[in-house]
Design a protein around this ligand. Sequence first.
Ligand code: PMP
Length: 435
Amino acid sequence: MTGTTLDDYTDRYARRVRGMTASEIRALFAVASRPEVVSLAGGAPYIAALPLDAVGEMLGRLGSELGSTTLQYGIGQGSLELRERICEVMALSGIDASCGASPDDVVVTVGGQQALDLVARLFLDPGDVVLAEGPTYVGALGVFQAAQAQVVHVPMDDDGLIPEALEVAIAEQARAGRRVKFLYTIPTYQNPAGVTLSDERRERVLDICERAGLLVVEDDPYGQLGFEGDAPAPLRARRRDGVFYLSTFSKTFAPGLRVGWILAPHAVRDKLVIASEAQILCPSAFAQAAVSTYLSTMPWREQLKVYREIYRERRDALLGALHDQMPEGTTWTRPTGGLFVWASLPDGLDAKAMVPRSIAARVAYVPGTGFYADGTGTGNMRLNFSFPTPERIREGVRRLARVMEQELAMRQVFGAVTPTGSRRGGPDVPGPDLA
Ligand code: PMP
């Protein structure tokens, strides 16, 4: 062979690969998982709260007693038994037979992530626009980017997505002649912002999408992890047409099993199954049996309460520590459920630029830019409270506050310095971390 060598792949990549870069979260994981670092960066549930001995026994029996089916291929849509259990789980949130939910329209997926990918495969052509909250789930951004779609963010406030801003975004896209395929939304205990779309806004958002002919992709991994009573009913409980409901057992049971689902409008259920079979043939029969046996033989509603109680205590620890420690000018959301708080830093502080210093101070978070497709979010960070203990959370916030105080002090002397060295104000001297 002459000419190009086979270690040079760059000019062979498909077009959709060009924009693929490691997410900020992935880059952080390597350092954040060192034991000396207090990680407020992840999104992991507190698996130690599960009755692991009982779960382990159940998993063993699934292999030894039922291995001839649990270790065999299954069907593309997912097992009927699990789809029936999933309908019981959804009924807790008000998505039941009265709004047309049926096991027939459930497609079992490999986590919520495959559910997102399937919806993107079904609906997105290169250049299509997806409307999504700003900020939004980093894994959804990866999926939409791989589909070569463009994400246009719609701002939120403490009551979630702002309906007027949604209307403006739809009108702007129409004026620009761009095709918006769907609204992607995480209305309940949002990742990363921690806010929840109010009851009244849910109706307005649905009306606006209906009028504009937009599908709604409702991603709801956290809806059953509320600390202060029930969340407003999901969008899917209010409309049976035009809404795709996505969820997962990753946060309510165990992410290691990788079991999620889509409740799809009946007309597209077959297409979803065909697309899923092309990707994975069928979801893991073993993992599905694990989830359906867990749901039929173990006290999963009690376990939800356990998770909620632990997370509420940890959220309180985080909010208390932020209140006590954060420098003036810092603000943050007050989630009533879920796993995350979204913080806005004092003017001029750059969360991404601060990462190396924070890691050196043994605390990790995810800078806000990871949750936007358009580079905004430099003044924000996502803080997780589900995994670290309350003591670790308090220690982490103490460390973080010290880093921020130092940054603010240096900024007064040198001006703000970004990692690339471009300055925003201040005297014309090299910043301390570039010197
Ligand atoms: N959607 C959202 C909003 C999430 O936060 C996550 C996980 N962090 C997922 C989907 C994917 O979940 P899974 O682990 O089930 O793939």
